[in-house]
Design a protein around this ligand. Structure first.
Ligand SMILES: Nc1ncnc2c1ncn2[C@@H]1O[C@H](COP(=O)(O)OP(=O)(O)O)[C@@H](O)[C@H]1O
Ligand SMILES: [Mg+2]
Length: 362
């Protein structure tokens, strides 16, 4: 398997930088996901790795091979890069059987019959679709069609798999199931994968590391839990759900053992301790992130990190209930047990889980 390295990679269309100085490494066997809103440059980045788009700046290296170097005008065409690709539209041919769909790329390259048969069987086995070989492609569910597309990408034994929103045509339940299956397959094969999605939940569930992008640039790279719990700015924090970002003033900072810092903060009528990735000099205004699931309704206690407020909205979501609460610190979002149902208009006190409080520069 192979590693992928993007070094200061850019793609300009005229004056517009669709991708702007991206630095990114995927280790051999790693599952790395590019995550960001529509138009942030994910597909363009993937297409440059594939060689379907030429980078106007920087270098792309697969294993130790420079496949593109803008400064030297070096460019290896896509068919020489040995990559497997899966896209949003299944792009499997409806008039062919499953077998013929997977065999197609080998046939157009005029591989011997025996080799084709062997490789197709192996690829179909990998995605557990070998018993469907004779089926016409339209007689498959969306998830099965996507597995055929993955088998077709694997049939060349690619060094790397590139996947662009491969699940977004599936309905919600199938998306989760197919995603989980694909993750298991990727782990089993140990194939380096670069995956693109705009869906945060999908990115967190599948990836070893997530690359959060915005406007052609990388905002943060990290393991899913790191990105979710320790965003390095508000943009990343707000990309996942609806976190509370509460203004406060840093009073003191102490380094912790693991490279993090403990920060004493004071807000309007509350105070407490947060963690942060940096120390702040006393008096610095910071944003304290508390996710809705990191707050609860007080059962009589009123610690320093708590807010009095009035319930303004209550939404039943099955697994939990989401409340909006009007407080002096602004409106706060809280997820509570679906069995609790404080009335809209009632006054409550919200208590934060201090261990989850995360401070960022504003
Ligand atoms: N061939 C092109 N010519 C001009 N602009 C392009 C071209 N391809 C992509 N773009 C622009 O580059 C930006 C990034 O596009 P894309 O990589 O497709 O985003 P994403 O996949 O994150 O939705 C968008 O603003 C898009 O309109
Ligand atoms: Mg795209």
């Amino acid at each position: 398997m192979a590693s992928i390295s993007l070094q200061n990679v850019s793609r300009h269309f005229g004056d517009f930088a669709a991708v702007d100085g991206v630095d990114l490494e995927a280790a051999s066997g790693e599952f790395v996901t590019l995550l960001g809103a529509s138009g942030c440059g994910k597909t363009t980045t993937l297409r440059m790795v594939a060689g379907l788009e030429q980078n106007t700046g920087g270098r792309i290296v697969i294993d130790d091979e420079v496949v593109s170097d803008a400064a030297r005008g070096a460019f290896m065409p896509p068919e020489k890069r040995r990559l497997g690709m899966v896209f949003q539209s299944y792009a499997i041919w409806p008039h062919m059987t499953v077998f013929d769909n997977v065999a197609y790329p080998l046939r157009i390259r005029r591989r011997p019959k025996d080799e084709i048969s062997q490789r197709v069987k192996l690829a179909l086995k990998l995605v557990e679709m070998d018993s469907f070989a004779a089926r016409p492609a339209p007689a498959l569910s969306g998830g099965q069609q996507q597995r055929v597309a993955i088998a077709r990408a694997l049939v060349f034994e690619p060094r790397v798999l590139l996947l662009d929103e491969p699940l977004s045509n599936l309905d919600a339940r199938l998306r989760t199931q197919t995603g989980d299956e694909f993750r298991a397959l990727q782990k089993r094969l140990g194939i380096t994968s670069l995956y693109v999605t705009h869906d945060q939940t999908e990115a967190m569930a599948l990836s070893d590391r997530v690359v959060v992008m915005s406007k052609g640039r990388i905002l943060q790279i990290g393991a899913p839990e790191e990105i979710y719990r320790r965003p390095n700015n508000r943009g990343v924090a707000e990309f996942f759900g609806s976190p509370n970002l509460i203004a406060a003033t840093a009073r003191a900072s102490r380094p912790l053992a693991d490279g993090l810092f403990s920060i004493d903060v004071e807000g309007d009528g509350w105070s407490g301790q947060c963690q942060a990735s940096e120390g702040f000099s006393p008096g610095t205004v910071v944003s304290v992130m508390l996710r809705p699931e990191n707050m609860r309704i007080s059962d009589g206690d009123a610690p320093a990190m708590s807010w009095k407020g009035e319930v303004t909205a209550s939404v039943f979501r099955g697994a939990q209930r989401s409340l909006s609460v009007k407080t002096a610190a602004g409106p706060l979002n809280v997820d509570i047990s679906a069995f609790a149902h404080p009335a809209v208009g009632s006054n409550i006190t919200l208590v934060a889980d201090e261990a989850a409080a995360w401070a960022m520069a504003t």
